[in-house]
Design a protein around this ligand. Sequence first.
Ligand code: NDP
Length: 256
Amino acid sequence: MAGTRQDTARTGQDRAGTRQDRAARSVFVTGGNRGIGLAVARRFAAEGDRVTVTCRGDGPPPGENLLAVRCDVTDGRQVDQAFKEAEAAHGPVTVLVANAGVTGDRLLVRMSEEDFTSVIDANLTGAFRVVRRAMRGMLGQGHGRIVLMSSTAALHGAAGQTNYAAAKAGLVGFARSLTHELGARDITCNVVAPGLTETDMSRALTEEQRRNLLGRTPAGRPAHPDEVADAVVFLAGAGHVRGAVIPVDGGAGLGH
Ligand code: NDP
C-alpha cells in the first residue's frame, strides 16, 4: 500500500534526525537570544540545522552559529518580516519553536486589564501569530514540526499568575485543536511544559517562591535549559507524537 510506504519513509526521515546524513532543517526559535530559547537554538545548530532566532534588543552572544532577526511577537508585521528574512536565508521554516514568553505576576485583585491582556498577547496570541505565519511554508512543503513552550503553571496554576497560566493553558487547547485541523498531514504541533528552569525569568522569583516550587518537585532542583531543549529536539524528530504535552519539571506534576 502506497500510504504505508509513505508513512514508513516519513518515520525514517524523522529518525534520521540524529544521523549525520540528514538534510539541514530550517528552524525558527522565538526568543532564542537567551534562556531556554538559546539552549534550544544551540542544540539544533549543533545538529547541523540552519537556525533563526528572534530578538527584540540584545541578540544571542557573539560567535553563535545563529541568524538573529528582530521581532516582537506582539506585532504581526514584525513576525512576517522575520519569517521573510529566515526564509530568504534558510528556506521555508520546517521546525518552529514558539518559545517567547513573559510573566507579569500580580494577585488578581490588583491585576489591571492591561496586566492581563499584555501577558496573553505575548504568550498566547504571539504563538498564534508565529504558528499561522509558519503554516504557509509548512503546508507548501507538506512537512512541519511545531513546538509551543507552555509551563507547569498551565496545568497546576500558581498564585499571582492568572494571566500567565491562562495564556500557557491556552497553548494546550491551541495545539490540540490545530492537531485536529492538520489531520493526516505530516505537520505536528506539540507542547513542552517546563517547571522551574534556571534562566533570567526564574532568577526574578523570590527565595520563598523558589522554595515553594522546589518543595513540590521530587527532583529537588530546577531544570537546566538544556534539559528543556532535549524535549524540544525529541518532538522535532517525532512524527507520530501529536497534540501532546511533555512536562519537563523534575516530577512536579508526575507526568501532568
Ligand atoms: P527569559 O526571560 O530568559 O527569556 C524570554 C525570551 O522571550 C527572551 O528571549 C525574550 O526576548 C523573549 N520575549 C519575551 N517577550 C517577547 C515578545 N513580545 N516578542 C519576542 N520575544 C519576546 O525566559 P525563559 O528562557 O525562562 O523562558 C522561555 C519560555 O519558557 C517562556 O515562554 C517561558 O514562559 C517558558 N517557561 C519558563 C520557565 C522558567 O522557569 N524559566 C518555566 C516554564 C515555562 P528579549 O530578550 O527581547 O526580552
